[in-house]
Design a protein around this ligand. Structure first.
Ligand code: NAP
Ligand code: ZN
Length: 352
């Protein structure tokens, strides 16, 4: 086994701190990766603080991180998809059963036996899996993605979760060219949603609670920005949207966004607040509207998204931080003070 430096949380109230963890010896099918950058997803914070305890309680110590970009340092004898020196990515899943309906339909994230990158039973070592806030990781080649070489690695890391989580529901909606698409919340997921919807030709409108993000929203590709706390502004756009992507990480009134939809409009939730969101039946009935959810994306679709980003030169807007600033970054994320994703430079872990 290999020892790796990492940052972990010892409990739901403990700050993240340095810790040495074990990584398995690579098998023939495994890829050993030196992690260069890891994005900071709000799911990392939810998990570290055990905010999803009713669905997936956190096992401590917890090493979060599922937006990983790194270099292959060793590829097992049976590995065919990458070689030493390649720039690769790892997202939210590191294993699945390869045989169930979900796996056969390329939606491994719904495999009943999926192994998530962190806080999931570790089939090799026992205990739970440890994520990307670490200097290295060992992953089955089926879950290792190719990163287009024209993309900046720090900005590419968030594509592995924030990217695919927004790309997948937008693509599934259908041809959004010329459609009026709302993105609710301009954070890590939201700013990627704006970039993808714009690149696919939609008329993009951002809903934000932060007036200070208005100019950025326009620069990122939105044609309009609605301050969601302004009832008049909201009323002006009521009933006009074809599709809305809701990325809010906290409790909020989803009915006010359902009211923004036109006939047969759909709002898809990707944000995962701790508490249930009450939905008004009447808000849905009038206009035959629907509410859906979406969870990351399968491996094939994640690769497709990365190629799309390569072609359109799309990466996340990142603030690169050393790992030593991670606790501060979590607090800033809670204040919606991220422009628009923290990306940890893992070279900083060498100082520990
Ligand atoms: P983030 O960077 O913190 O962005 C969330 C944004 O939501 C904030 O920037 C803010 O935008 C808005 N917001 C926050 N609190 C709010 C409140 N009380 N009322 C209204 N708006 C609020 O988080 P993220 O990393 O994008 O993640 C967003 C959510 O998606 C999290 O719950 C995360 O766990 C979840 N997630 C789900 C998946 C999936 O597969 N479904 C994948 C990754 C993450 P404004 O300042 O613009 O208002
Ligand atoms: Zn994530």
């Amino acid at each position: 086994m290999n020892k790796a430096k990492a940052y972990s949380a010892a409990s739901a109230v403990a700050p993240l701190a340095p810790e040495a963890i074990q990584r398995r010896d690579p098998t023939d099918r495994d890829v050993q990766i030196e992690i260069l950058f890891c994005g900071v997803c709000h799911s990392d914070l939810h998990t570290v603080r055990d905010e999803w305890s009713s669905f997936m309680p956190t096992t401590y110590p917890c090493v979060p991180g599922h937006e990983i970009v790194g270099r292959v340092v060793q590829a097992g004898a049976a590995v065919t998809t990458c070689k030493e020196g390649d720039l690769v990515g790892v997202g939210c899943i590191v294993d699945s059963d390869h045989s169930c309906d979900a796996c056969r339909h390329d939606v491994e994230q719904f495999c009943p036996d999926a192994t998530f990158t962190y806080n999931s039973p570790d089939k090799h070592l026992g205990g739970v899996t440890y994520g990307g806030y670490s200097e290295s990781i060992v992953v089955d080649e089926s879950f290792v993605l190719r990163i287009p070489t024209n993309l900046d690695p720090a900005g590419a890391a968030p594509l592995l979760c924030a990217g695919i989580t927004t790309y997948s529901p937008i693509r599934r909606w259908g041809d959004i060219k010329g459609k009026k698409v709302g993105v609710v919340g301009l954070g890590g997921l939201g700013h990627m949603g704006v970039k993808f919807a714009r690149a696919l030709g939609a008329q993009v409108v951002v809903f934000t609670t932060s007036p200070g993000k208005k100019e950025d929203a326009l620069r990122l590709g939105a044609q309009d920005v609605i301050i969601s706390t302004d009832a008049e502004e909201m009323q002006e756009h009521a009933g006009t949207f074809d599709f809305i992507l809701d990325t809010i990480s906290a409790d909020h009134d989803i009915n006010s966004y359902i009211n923004m939809l036109g006939l047969d409009g759909n709002i898809t939730l990707v944000g995962a607040p701790e508490k249930p969101l009450p939905v008004s039946a009447f808000a849905l009935l009038f206009g035959r509207k629907s509410v859906s959810g979406s969870l990351i994306g399968g491996i094939a679709e994640t690769q497709e998204m990365l190629e799309f980003c390569g072609e359109h030169d799309i990466t996340a807007d990142v603030e690169v931080i050393p790992i030593q600033k991670i606790n501060e970054a979590f607090e800033r994320m809670l204040k919606s003070d991220v422009k628009y994703r923290f990306s940890i430079d893992m070279a900083s872990l060498k100082d520990e």
